[in-house]
Design a protein around this ligand. Structure first.
Ligand code: MG
Length: 383
């Protein structure tokens, strides 16, 4: 029996993780759960899975529960769940969105839970720190994202010294068929209509700007220990090939599947087992797979991610924080779509941040500072 802690359980990855638990009650049980602001969903999940510890987003969300779990709330509540540890075989599923995912990952590593990571920001802003913690506490770190799940599988049984490059596929997001000129004045409703994947709103916007792919390049660098100049991206509109690894002899290994996140979630929860099927298999007959160059001229945010990586250190946090604020402003109708990349460009080229330390405290401090600064510049008080 695996004992799960799921933070971000009401989101897209969270609810799909719970689907798998629901179907496999003799394999998984939920010990801890953080819920979001959709209270109807939150209470129905709590009553269904009856976790021992529950974290609400806000204190005022706490109402009556039919049994007596430990109840916490807010950012400190997330840490309570991360630290809570009573069993063997504990798995921490981080399905939070944004910077709020960082500290819970750190605490869950220290509690020696296996980490199944869907929260991108953890590795983007603090990759080096997380990697050394993982080593120190000797816990597995398993990606949930479809691209990294694919690479993990393509690397299985191979020698890292023989890897020529990683090739991360990108669907192109909601505006893949638009030129840069056609991006002027696009709406958030258009941006949120992703052609292939059903995901939360932050990541759907990140897909449209291609920042999501930039984050995935950074995550791949840390997860698989491959230098940035050997991590490439390619446009693949069907999202059937989830990513590839090219070897020195020219062999390219790919992982293919449907556009269903249940598959990579299931693989992460049961790693390295492919034993049980929680989603439909891919029908190969009639498949048409296209690959095109992914241009950083068309998608500058992808280039900004490599730029920030080149600068390294605190600039990873600068990249993420400026993106987080800009996407928030776009989703709240405060800026235009093309302003997102302008805001990020300005911040990652701001030399003011050069002397800031690269440690968890500074990352959290500067991230909050940048987010607040950008929001305030656009008349918004806080996230
Ligand atoms: Mg992905």
């Amino acid at each position: 029996m695996k004992n799960l802690y799921i933070v971000g359980s009401c989101g897209s990855i969270g609810t799909q993780t719970l689907d798998i638990v629901r179907k496999n009650p003799f394999e998984f049980r939920v010990i801890g759960m953080s819920v979001g602001s959709n209270l109807e969903l939150a209470y129905s999940l709590i009553e269904e899975f009856k976790p021992e510890i529950v974290c609400f987003r806000k204190k005022e969300h706490i109402k009556e529960i039919s049994y007596n779990p430990i109840v916490t709330y807010g950012d400190s509540g997330l840490l309570d769940i991360s630290k809570y540890s009573k069993y063997e075989n504990e798995v921490f599923v981080n399905a939070l969105v944004g910077m709020s995912g960082l500290l819970p990952t750190v605490e869950a590593i220290k509690a020696r839970k296996t980490i199944c990571l869907a929260n991108k920001e953890t590795l983007v802003v603090a990759g080096d720190i997380i990697k050394s913690l993982i080593k120190e506490y000797d816990v597995p770190l398993i990606p949930i994202d479809s691209e990294h799940s694919a690479i993990l599988q393509c690397l299985s049984g191979e020698k890292k010294s023989e890897v020529k490059r990683l090739i991360i596929t990108a669907s192109g997001g909601s505006f893949r068929n638009k030129t840069r000129e056609e991006l002027v004045g696009v709406t958030k409703e258009q941006a949120l209509a992703h052609p292939n994947w059903s995901m939360g709103s932050k990541i759907t916007i990140d897909s449209a700007t291609m920042m999501n792919k930039g984050f995935e390049v950074i995550e791949a660098h840390y997860l698989f220990d491959i230098p940035y100049d050997r991590i490439d991206t390619i446009l693949h509109p069907q999202s059937i090939v989830h990513s590839m690894v090219e070897y020195n002899d020219g062999t390219i290994k790919a992982e293919l599947g449907t556009n269903d996140m249940h598959t990579p979630i299931s693989y992460a929860l049961r790693y390295p087992s492919h034993m049980i099927k929680d989603s439909e298999a891919l029908n190969l007959v009639g498949l048409n797979l296209e690959f095109k160059e992914l241009s950083t001229k068309r998608f500058p945010c992808l280039g900004y991610a490599y730029d920030a990586a080149r600068k390294g250190g605190i600039y990873y946090a600068v990249l993420n924080a400026s993106n987080e604020a800009a996407v928030y402003l776009f989703l709240h109708d405060k800026i235009e779509f093309l302003d997102i990349e302008k805001i990020i460009y300005e911040e990652i080229n701001n030399s003011e941040y050069e002397n800031i330390n690269y440690d968890i405290e500074s990352i959290v401090y500067i991230s909050n500072k940048i987010i607040l600064k950008i929001l305030n510049e656009h008349g918004v008080e806080e996230l």
